[in-house]
Ligand binder design. Structure first.
Ligand code: DI6
Ligand code: FE
Length: 395
């Protein structure tokens, strides 16, 4: 007889996300002791528990993981959206001092409490769709104090809500106006001052390797400084052009390279060799009306794990729906249902370098319980939310 559990969810269908596909178990149960899963398997063999929840045949997946967001920021960019409807491009707006920099101005003016208050509705939307882990980047402060303020706000969001927050320092998101003539000096500040100061507040370091961001040489310096401080790295790469950022990230053993519409075969091979996850961001693809799709078939062929995330940000993906991100991943990128689900569970965990995203003993008891009769329903509907219940850390 198995060890008695604190809590048991029985009479369920499970998508364990173990193995290659969904790892489905038809008549299944999940038990937890404290905040950790203690049993996953047939209902008939489930352990006894202090509290038993009858799931009435509903599906249980791991709690969803949004592994790429810019959830913390002030203001919004609706006016810029309107200008884009009139024909302006994202890059033109950025080069004219709008875009990211307009959010930087608003974010610098906001207090840590303001940032938390404005991020909460977005976080609550993700939580309401079954997200139990959310990555949050800095990158709209671009000074030492403002980057740290953003990271502290992100960490505090994980205290005021029942959600695991992973923070990423994205100080190399844009060259701030005060360094416009001398971006190298800003990169010095990032490498020598901001990264060391963010130790203990940031779980990883990211950069925007792009014509309107940082060229490969400067990106390389940022990633080198992060790795030297013991921080894992990620990279915004190949979103608007191919600067071979994914291969650069892979050379630093990056957890993930993200966006990747312009990724080529050499970048894919480098990612496959380093085990770097390809995080696809269909919300940004949609909102910027990008025409080039990421090379999904080649990623599959080379065995590169694929994650999907919202990229929730005010400029290119004002979307806080992980379910919609999955639907877009399927419709725009032709990902399968299993790929979409793996993209927001097991592969998203890998993109963050954390254990989780599967239903397995020893893993966090983070669950999403759904009112669906088939997992395809999670991907198929547009702007619908079949979440029945969410379990975070066993509760
Ligand atoms: N890529 C993106 O899509 C976002 N940042 C990045 O590096 C856009 C951020 C913004 O426009 O505010
Ligand atoms: Fe992003």
């Amino acid at each position: 007889m198995a060890t008695p559990a604190d809590k048991l969810w029985r009479n369920a269908r499970l998508a364990t996300m173990t193995g290659d596909g969904l790892g489905a178990i038809d008549h299944g149960a999940v038990a937890a002791i404290g905040d950790t899963i203690s049993y996953v398997g047939p209902d008939a063999e489930a352990p006894d528990a202090t509290e038993i929840v009858d799931c009435e045949g509903r599906w249980i997946t791991p709690g969803l993981i949004d592994c790429h967001t810019h959830l913390v920021y002030a203001g919004n960019r609706a006016k810029e959206f309107e200008a884009r409807l009139d024909g302006a491009t994202y890059e033109e707006i950025a080069r004219a001092g709008g875009g990211i920099l307009s959010t930087v101005t608003a974010t610098r003016a906001a207090s840590e409490d303001d940032l938390i208050a404005s991020a909460l509705p977005r976080l609550d939307q993700l939580i309401g769709e079954g997200a139990t882990t959310v990555e949050i980047k800095s990158g709209y402060g671009l000074t030492l104090d403002d980057e740290l303020k953003m990271l502290r706000a992100a960490r505090r969001l994980g205290e005021v809500r029942n959600v695991r927050v992973r923070t990423t320092l994205l100080a190399a998101h844009a060259v701030p106006p005060e360094y416009r003539g001398d971006p190298d000096s800003y990169v010095d500040l990032v490498c020598d001052t901001i990264i060391p100061a963010a130790l203990g507040l940031a779980d990883a370091v990211d950069a925007f390797c792009e014509g309107i961001g940082f060229p490969p040489e400067q990106t390389d310096r940022v990633l080198t400084a992060a790795v030297a401080q013991g921080l894992p790295v990620k990279l915004h790469a190949e979103q608007l052009s191919n600067l071979h950022g994914a291969a650069l990230a892979a050379r630093h053993g990056a957890l993930s390279a993200d966006h990747l519409e312009h990724l080529d075969a050499s970048g894919i091979a480098a990612m496959a060799a380093s085990g770097t996850v390809a995080t696809l961001l269909p919300g940004a693809f949609y909102f910027t009306r990008e025409e080039r799709r990421p090379p999904v078939q080649a990623l599959r062929d080379e065995g590169v794990p694929i994650a999907i995330a919202t990229d929730c940000n005010p400029g290119t993906s004002p979307m806080a729906s992980i379910l919609l991100a999955m639907n877009m991943g399927a419709t725009f990128f032709r990902l399968t249902v299993a790929e979409c689900l793996r993209g927001v569970t097991v592969n998203a965990a890998r993109a963050l370098g954390i254990e989780g995203g599967t239903l397995q003993p020893g893993r966090p008891a983070d669950l999403a319980i759904w009112d669906i009769s088939d997992p395809a329903e999670l991907v198929y509907r547009i702007a619908a939310n079949p979440l029945h219940a969410r379990v975070y850390a066993g509760i």
